[in-house]
Write a protein that binds this ligand. Sequence first.
Ligand code: ATP
Ligand code: MG
Length: 450
Amino acid sequence: MNFESELVGTEKADVINRDRHSVSRKDIAPNALKVLYRLMNAGFHAYIVGGGVRDLLLGRKPKDFDIATNATPEDIKNLFRNARVIGRRFKIVHIKFGREIIEVTTFRANHARKHQVLDGSTRKQIKGLDSAHSESGMILRDNVYGNIDEDAMRRDFTVNALYYTTNGFRVLDFCSGLKDIESRQIRMIGNPAERYKEDPVRMLRAIRLSAKLGFSIERETEKPIDELSYLLDSISSARLFDETLKLMTGGHASKTFKLLQKFQLGSYLFAPTLEALKESDTSAANLVDLALKNTDERLANGKSVTPAFLFASLLWPVLKLTIAKSKNLGLPPRTSFQQAAKLALKEQLDYTAIPKRFTIAAQEIWELQDRLRIRTKRNIEKIFNHSRFRAAYDFLLLREQSGEELQDLGQWWTDFQIGDKNKRSELIAMVTKSQKHRKKRSKDIPSKGI
Ligand code: ATP
Ligand code: MG
């Protein structure tokens, strides 16, 4: 008897043999293979599932590999010393290999079933938790173990519910995911409105995947989004931060930002920015636009992006507007700037949590904008050694590109950085001369605000 057919549920799948799909073992991360083989050698069934299989079928490099198995978290922990059980909503096992994490989940079902027959061959009884729904239909707990076909049905989109096994090198397809990959569509498994109510973040995932893969969102999957967008209100700001990061650092931030607005989802993540943009000049909108393009370009070139820079950019229009509004309060510029910075960040925190290290860094990037104008020898040295100098300089260039009039300050700093000792002295002398001619202002106090 075939090992695969021992697993209850597999009989419901379309089996795609190795000669009919493009997934190859050599494209799978060695550590993911290691996990698969160790689970299988211990008598469990284990599959690569989700984005990994989807991306390999599309000829793309997967971001990560997720594994689904009939081993329980406890079984997995017993097999791997480097395993850690985590999960707020779901029990997930992370197996760590240096910086790489392989995520392993036990097959789950969507609905309450107390005693599960998890594995047809061993008839093992496992006590799962009830999956509970809130009044609005949202899943609160979802740790009910199930068979592989049930595991497929509780996933979000058909293209994310394909399972690859190294045992025979086959792909198992439970909900016509392959057809949707071929026709390049994001299609919800089951009733879309119900599935969004269970977990509203799926609306964001539909947008993210559509932007990332260049897929259209199938009509029935797309239809309820406008009307149900308000459900995002019930999602914790911490989870929304996680999703926002994925949306903005997936390499398609520009497109994603537009799609989010098209589907009325943007205001649940970026309300302060979108509101401020309505009252701002074009340079503010340009800056947001350029920052997102810049993020995509950096990622395409294998460079890193920091959430601090991203939020500093997205909230720049909010900061500028707040400063403008507080101008007639008569506060000293520095106080007014600091208050505005705090306020801009605080407004955003109502929507997405932002870890403190990022809000601090965003504030530093903003504060350095004014300090970059004061080019005395002493100040230059201090700024140059500031850990946030590079980000602040990049931000300055972005401001110039967006159309802010900064008297070639960006170019000055570019020349200064590439210049030799003589050139640097020359550049300092140049500004010292012109600064002497100007009305003397107190050194460290921001001159005109921003
Ligand atoms: P990426 O390429 O960004 O990693 P992904 O589809 O793999 O995309 P993950 O967040 O890594 O996304 O999730 C792995 C898999 O878990 C998904 O492919 C999907 O099958 C399932 N999944 C994730 N989030 C949800 C959700 N909110 N509802 C249902 N299934 C989900
Ligand atoms: Mg993934």
